[in-house]
Design a protein around this ligand. Sequence first.
Ligand code: ADP
Length: 725
Amino acid sequence: MSAPHLASVLFPMPVPEPFDYEIPAGMDIGKGTLVRAPLGTRSMHGVVWDVRAKTDADENRKLKAVKEVLDVPPLPVGVLEFVDFVARYCCHLQGVVLRMVLSSPDALCPSPTHTTYRPGDQTCIKMTEARQRVFAATHKGHFNAAELARAANVSPGVIKTLADAGGLIADEQSVDRPFTQPHPAREGLTLTPIQRDAAHELIALTRQDAFAPALLDGVTGSGKTEVYFDAIADVLRKDPKAQVLVLLPEIALTQDVLARFETRFGAPPAEWHSERTKMQRRRVWREVANGRARIVVGARSALFLPFADLRLIVVDEEHDSSYKQEDGVLYHARDMAVARAKFSKAAIILASATPSLETMRNARAGRYAHVCLPARPGAAVLPPISTIDLREHPPEAGCWLSPPLIHAMAQTLSKQEQCLLFLNRRGYAPLTICRKCGERMKAPDSATYLVEHRYSGRLVCHLTGYSIPKPKHCPACGTADSLHPVGPGVERLYEEVTGLFPEQNVEIFSSDTTKHADDVRALIARMETGKIDILIGTQMAAKGHNFPGLTLVGVVDADMGLHGADLRAGERTYQTLAQVAGRAGRADKPGRAILQTHQPDHEAILALCSGQRETFIEAELSLREDMGFPPFGRLAALIFSAATEHDAQAAAQAFAAVAPLVEGVDVWGPSEPPLNRVRGRWRRRLLLRAEPHIDLSAMISAWRTRVKLHRNVRVKVDIDPYSFL
Ligand code: ADP
């Protein structure tokens, strides 16, 4: 076979496919090689998607040549296949998906270097106390001059003099230092027999060296993390090149979780999430690509990192709806993680106390191994969950806590134990209304109500971040001081709680009070050490945390998620409430959870209180099956947006008019969604439901080519939608 002469190069930009280039003689290029090639008047970096010999048809093409090969390890074929799959499945441009892989452009250039110092010939210098401190400090790490001077508590001049005299030797080092390698042989906690069996099952799967999916289904606090730590340790021990990716919902990526990894493996994992700086991202990207970052803990975008040898993926809290990316390429990280594992022939563990119905069905059908942890270890027991019927025990006017819940809180506090009140609403009040004319304060450019934030004195749109100072006069009728808050947010609840329990320390845990990782860490530490008596939390407080002194969880509005025409409303309510209830009684003191509700007979609430998860899952699954909804059928949404309502409607209608008439596919709409305007653009939706065997993605891609849309109209394809707004 003749040597390949042509390379198809895919660029990380909005292009649907790779472009062909000549390969200059002697250039070593294969699939996955990162190269620089001319594009228009510029030269761009891209990835070789394929190489082939020239055919006769190529002879007359005027092709440009690849310019250079970048000094970065080639992307493994599994990564290329994954990009192709995501682009096809999510109906998005291949180049845009590649951009998610090449997410740190800096990592493609050589890392900057800096000068570090190590001890040289100490016989040629006169030793002083300060100089001794410098030599001692060189053994603590690779420091540059300023760092070394700081570490030794000397002036920078001392370092310079020592270096000039040969007492210190200067080395040029990449600023991207390698990560400390984890120690998989370190012992973890002693597992209980049930945990040990679960860990063995997972380890057996990871040792197959093939695609092997498992659901790790364990009640809150049952030790799922400890168990998957054992599986990770085994993978790393068996193969010195193996890499592991652990995905967490962004919100759960707190320092205490990362600290658990460090305790277990003796080294911090590589972190990948939105709070990382450009420099940190470059370092992680490069270390992942060259195989030296062995444990990566990240949010959903970590799936697109260029692992050299990915052997295991863990998706923790796999049911979490924040795994669905709702901007740009719309993908579900859990589902794409399964695909990623397939293309990398790796094992994947989906862990949850409240698995999604999709995963549950796969486990029941035997497609995923089902590994169970039915109880908490040691003295910790699952908290009983009970309800307070708000129709029988209404709170006082203008208040949100019913007398029985207040009583339970008082009991808990009298024992020096802690309470968590869960209310998933940021700010003071979700709605502001004029008492005179009934005007509701809305965002000017979106179909949303403005939420009052009393601490900042502003009305805020939670969708776009738009905000204004709270006006003194109603903008509609001009009446002064007539704007009135309606409904509770965590700030308003705080007012009520501090009024009821003035002696106690009360704090709010929401994205407004903990803007940075440091704030979260400090708040968690205050809660763990008992400095907080009552914590009022949004969903940030609901998952992942272990607060040993927390024994009462009160859910202020258990019905909140049950409203609205969302097919997952019951499932999601069940999951959220089970998670938040699971924060109680995680150590030796027994806990309990109390739900305030107007619907104590709702299936989700009944299932929570009786602990009959299987009955609930059964009922939900059979409902979904009757409707042909996921996981028994497939859904996709087309979302049109335009500057005018007329254009959005016309575009949706033009699409609907040429909808494919395929047996087993229903097309519903166009409909006006509840969010009919966002950032000034009007919106319309089409919803498709299809039998499970139908390739909805291919159908939609073909359909899109049949309609020519006006430049100003945008259409987004949402395969497997989770939001119907
Ligand atoms: P999950 O991930 O299922 O919520 P975790 O792994 O976070 O559970 O465990 C809950 C708590 O119980 C943690 O503080 C953990 O360290 C502790 N724990 C779990 N298993 C054991 C064990 N075998 N021995 C001692 N403590 C354990």
